[in-house]
Write a protein that binds this ligand. Structure first.
Ligand SMILES: C[S@@+](CC[C@H](N)C(=O)[O-])C[C@H]1O[C@@H](n2cnc3c(N)ncnc32)[C@H](O)[C@@H]1O
Length: 286
């Protein structure tokens, strides 16, 4: 059961402050909290969950502990292997072109990835596409105008992303890991909400600031203010049947190229996903 109390927000903030020195604790606390947040919207026991941009699978233990079958994808081999050899349930793939069948997962989850993608609307549309009708898309990201929008270059991103990156490089003698225009982009809560409103194949169930106590979630309803005060924004969408019976997804301006129909894609059974069949031909990190 998820309870968005002030004590919980303080606990998360304390864990975040120690992220660099004690990553395991930070991710254990965050992952448990995230799994509880998802469980509010969909039963996790027995579900198939795809984590888009899951890195080395920080959240896998928490989702598995709640009975979900966890599959993570990430395009970056370094991220996939950040905690050692990636497991069989981790695939190397891009969130804007998921090697996953339309309508095949119960939950499509993504945490802190959208702002690292040059085409966030395309990734959102892909997440909707692979989710089964009635399933849930749960996506969170750091809005550009939030205090942490520039990531390690914050708060100088308020003076411009390129300026903040140059300043960071000058001070630290190396470029920031999250490089504006390359691996960090300015995505806003407003843009995400507009995308959701235009998506014909999913309905927005809820938008809220991820870490706030329940009595402060109203900020997400106020244009302008929500960009500054959300810190991290969550969108929860429920997949509908879609205009064409649940196959291709057209969301907003980001019409995506549908992946080939299941009958034309060679498939293999994944040992990580008993009873499920996944498109073959994409490399895993192994
Ligand atoms: C800040 S980390 C977030 C990791 C984890 N989801 C979390 O919440 O801690 C961003 C992740 O997004 C991944 N990423 C970047 N571009 C991506 C893309 N186009 N598709 C999927 N993942 C991507 C990165 O490799 C990285 O692992």
């Amino acid at each position: 059961m998820h309870s968005a109390t002030l004590a919980r927000s303080v606990r998360l903030f304390r864990a975040f402050r120690n992220e660099q020195t004690d990553r395991d604790t930070f991710y254990r606390v965050l992952a448990a909290d995230s799994a509880d947040q998802v469980a509010v919207h969909v039963p996790l026991a027995g579900s198939l969950l795809l984590d888009v941009g899951g890195g080395p699978g920080y959240f896998s233990d928490a989702f598995r502990a709640r009975g979900a079958t966890y599959v993570g994808i990430d395009p970056d081999v370094g991220e996939l292997s950040a905690r050692g050899a990636p497991g069989q349930n981790m695939l190397r793939a891009n969130g804007t072109r998921l090697p996953v069948r339309t309508g095949s997962v119960d939950v499509c989850y993504s945490s802190n990835v959208l702002e690292h993608v040059s085409q966030p609307d395309v990734m959102l549309a892909e997440m909707v596409r692979v989710t089964r009708p009635g399933g849930i898309v749960f996506v969170s990201f750091t809005p550009w105008w939030s205090p942490w929008g520039g990531h390690e270059t914050s708060p100088w991103h308020y003076l411009g992303g390129h300026y903040a990156a140059r300043r960071y490089t000058g001070r630290h003698g190396h470029e920031p890991k999250n490089r504006y225009g390359t691996s960090l982009f300015a995505y806003s809560v407003g843009a995400a909400l507009r995308w959701a409103a235009a998506c014909e194949d999913a309905t927005l169930v809820r938008a809220f600031p991820r870490y706030h106590p329940w009595w402060a979630t109203w900020v997400v309803r106020v244009p302008g203010l929500r960009e500054l005060l959300s810190w991290n924004a969550v969108l929860v969408l429920r997949r509908g049947r879609g205009r064409r019976g649940g196959a291709p997804v057209l969301c907003g301006r980001a019409g995506i190229t549908p992946v080939p129909s299941p009958s034309s894609v060679p498939v293999r059974s994944s040992s990580a996903v008993p009873g499920r069949r996944w498109p073959a031909g994409r490399s895993t990190a192994r």
